[in-house]
Design a protein around this ligand. Structure first.
Ligand SMILES: CC(C)(COP(=O)(O)OP(=O)(O)OC[C@H]1O[C@@H](n2cnc3c(N)ncnc32)[C@H](O)[C@@H]1OP(=O)(O)O)[C@@H](O)C(=O)NCCC(=O)NCCS
Length: 392
């Protein structure tokens, strides 16, 4: 098998669903912008060099339906020759897209590919516009259809993750994100055009552009403030708006190339795609996913958990992130985990998240001069995924 090299990895900011800066910006606009930006930032590369785009999206319908992977490539001005597909593994969609795009290069089926991710939770809410659970199967196995918040409550209850621990974790995520944003450490963000529709004197609306450069869900947070929030998913529960991931709009893109193509075009590899693993687990506690996916990816790579310098473990909920960190024996390694905060502060744009966290992971590895990075997340329906990257 050949090696697959990442030569670019960027993201838009993540902005709050419905109330954030991207609330009037369609997902195709976010995605096509970041795909074009990824190409433009890669010296020696033309859009036509890319053979295929795999794009993750968790609810690929309506504005982000109709194969957004191909539509966004065309909107980005990529030539007809660049094919495109849309990939769905819920919260791992963006990582799955990068893994599939890498696998094509590793197999020798393509020389240069793009793995991307997009989700506008403003335009297409979680669950989709018209959810239609199967009538008999949803009675036989309702856990396949339950709220993700309930699965987070289940993890907290079954594995003794206290409200105090969840709130402390959430406050820490917010504090790290605020500090990193202030210090300009989110170098993987490309300032992104957003749109608003402004009413004119004659009653018509004009589409106006403005630029968004920061994740708009970061907020001043204290453990005391978090402690006052009511629970959202269960009466006597522990999961609140403050210790859950935020619902978010965003897009991200990564470009992958073979060694031969890097040499031919003079592309500078950033990292090698070492391994990717997905696992299944109980759907009513889907948050445990990273605890199983990370060891599987490490085993494939022939690495130990101590070899990893940076972990991006998606904070779908503090309860499941804490559980996974504890079970992986990483409680004393918090200086390596989500070093600039996670989805509790920065948002979780479902199908974009894997692609977004890959860009963040590589930027953070560069910052700390680390070698190996892990991106991992839990996945609705009861799954986990993890990828390992090696800086070159
Ligand atoms: C939990 C959830 C329902 C909350 O949504 P929301 O109600 O729109 O959240 P908001 O941002 O409005 O916050 C609700 C309240 O908590 C407060 N709050 C949120 N974060 C806070 C913080 N860090 N500190 C203090 N207060 C906070 C808000 O100010 C707001 O207060 P208000 O009602 O007085 O205005 C939503 O974020 C969610 O569904 N998250 C999980 C998404 C998910 O399941 N993803 C898939 C994972 S697999």
């Amino acid at each position: 098998m050949r090696d697959a090299y990442i030569v670019q990895s960027v993201r838009t900011p993540g902005c709050k669903q419905k109330r954030g800066q991207f609330k009037e910006t369609r997902p195709e606009e976010l995605l096509s912008f970041i795909m074009k930006a990824a190409v433009e930032r890669t010296e020696g590369l033309k859009a036509g060099d890319i053979e295929d785009v795999m794009c993750g999206c968790a609810f690929p319908e309506a504005e982000q339906g109709l194969n957004i992977g191909r539509i966004a490539a065309k909107m980005a001005g990529f030539p007809d020759s660049v094919s495109g597909a849309t990939v769905n593994r819920f919260c791992a969609s963006g990582l799955e897209a990068i893994a599939l795009a890498s696998a094509r290069v590793q197999m020798g089926w393509s020389e240069i590919t793009m793995g991307a991710g997009v989700e506008s939770m403003t335009f297409v809410p979680m669950g989709g516009n018209v959810p239609r659970p199967h009538p008999e199967f949803s009675i036989e196995d309702p856990s396949m259809y339950i709220s993700m918040g309930i699965t987070a409550e289940n993890v907290a209850n079954r594995y003794n993750v206290s409200r105090a621990d969840q709130d402390a974790f959430a406050a820490d995520s917010q504090a790290k994100a605020a500090k990193a944003a202030k210090a300009g450490l989110f170098t993987e963000i490309v300032p992104t055009p957003a749109y608003k529709y402004v009413k004119q004197a004659d009653g018509t609306y004009k589409k106006e552009q403005f630029i968004v450069s920061i994740d708009d869900g970061i907020r001043e947070t204290t453990v005391e403030g978090l402690g006052k929030l009511r629970t959202v998913f269960a009466l006597n529960g522990s999961v609140t708006a403050g210790n859950s991931s935020q619902t978010t709009d965003g897009a991200a893109a990564t470009i992958i190339a073979s060694k031969a193509k890097c040499d031919e075009l003079g592309l500078k590899p950033i990292a090698k795609v070492v391994a990717y693993a997905s696992v299944g687990c109980k759907s009513d506690e889907m948050g445990v996913g990273p605890r199983y996916a990370i060891p599987k990816a490490l085993e494939i790579a022939g690495l130990k958990i101590e070899d990893i310098d940076i972990f991006e473990i998606n904070e779908a909920f503090a309860s499941q992130a804490i559980y996974s960190i504890r079970e992986l024996g990483l409680s004393d390694s918090m200086h390596k985990i989500n070093i600039h905060g996670g989805a509790i502060a920065l948002g979780h744009p479902l199908g974009c998240t894997g692609a977004k966290l890959t860009a963040t992971c590589l930027a953070n590895l560069k910052e700390v001069k680390g070698k190996y990075g892990v991106v991992s997340m839990c996945i609705g329906g009861g799954m986990g995924a993890a990828a390992i990257f090696e800086m070159v």
